[in-house]
Ligand binder design. Structure first.
Ligand SMILES: [Zn+2]
Length: 308
């Protein structure tokens, strides 16, 4: 297992060396990045190394195929947890495991706690994301994004802008499935293609991921670990996405945030940059919780880099 992990990193480092488009940012760099951004739309090239590795010439439109890479073993030693569905109330297999979404169970490496109330934004990049980036640039602050691979194909320049500004970029899978319902190969495929498109577009190899719907059990954890990815989940769910459909008001969302501030003002919050309404509320939440100058992995270790 150690050997396979090392080999994966060798591949990742090779990938980064060939396609490292940007240099690492820091706070001084973000302070210097106050010029207006252009969020033009370009396509994401399908690089020759990936064509050779995957034996294809285009990005998967939907369900991605698993590509066996050198040294990657997603079978031996992986917990054989029964597959289970998102219908938590009807699926007891879910409750028999250390499942984040079923039991709020955290693995030893999972990150959810944080010394401050920390914002994280899922499901982008979208057309709504640039407004949030502009706002954060004015505030000279950082935030954390968990990226859907297929969204990168639609908004690559927005991902590049996130990277240039120094924001954290984590993986949120290729098509946003409920991972515990998938086979080992399909879980690995969802993660590997997202890592590749983030690398090709933004020049970094992510080291952290967030499972969609919080779908995280020991089988998902083990597969992700072999792919160099550590889970980041959350301590507080804003349920901001329900505002998009009108089943939740902004006042309800902000009242929840105020209650977390009153309680301890700690822990990672789940938000989304999926639509203007969630981004607008996100800006208000940022004003409520105050300045945030570090990103999600720093909740556990201030020194660990968040990318390879
Ligand atoms: Zn999501």
């Amino acid at each position: 297992m150690i050997l396979s992990h090392q080999l994966f990193l060798v591949v990742a480092c090779f990938v980064q060396a060939c396609f490292s488009l940007m240099t690492p940012s820091d706070f001084e760099r973000i302070n210097g990045m106050l010029a207006p951004e252009a969020y033009s739309s370009t396509s994401v090239p399908f690089p020759a190394w990936l064509a050779q590795l995957a034996n294809r010439t285009d990005w998967p439109a939907a369900k991605p195929p698993f590509i066996q890479t050198p040294g990657l073993d997603i079978n031996s030693g992986i917990p054989s947890n029964p597959l289970h569905s998102l219908r938590l109330d009807q699926d007891m297999a879910c409750f028999s495991q250390c499942s984040f979404d079923c039991n709020n169970c955290l693995g030893p490496n999972d990150i959810a706690a944080c010394p401050q109330l920390l914002q994280t934004f899922d499901d982008g990049p979208t057309a709504a994301t640039p407004a949030l980036l502009d706002y954060l640039r004015q505030k000279r602050q950082l935030t954390s994004f968990f990226i859907i691979g297929t969204q990168v194909l639609s908004f690559p320049d927005t991902l590049r802008a996130e990277r240039r500004a120094g924001h954290f970029i984590g993986s949120h899978t290729w098509t946003h499935p409920y991972l515990p319902s998938l086979s080992n190969q399909d879980i690995a495929a969802e993660l590997q293609w997202t890592t590749w498109v983030i690398n090709v577009t933004a020049g970094v190899v992510p080291r952290y991921f967030r499972p969609p719907y919080g779908g995280l059990d020991d089988r998902v954890r083990a597969i992700a670990e072999r792919m160099g990815l550590t889970p980041i989940v959350w301590a507080h769910d804003t349920n901001d996405w329900q505002m998009v459909g009108g089943t939740r008001t902004e006042n309800q969302t902000l009242a929840d945030v105020q209650s977390w501030i009153n309680a301890s003002s700690t822990g990672i919050m789940l938000e989304h940059d999926q639509a203007p309404i969630t981004v607008n509320t996100g800006m208000k939440i940022r004003d409520m919780v105050g300045a945030q100058m570090y990103v999600a992995p720093a909740c556990k270790s201030l020194t660990a880099p968040w990318y390879n």
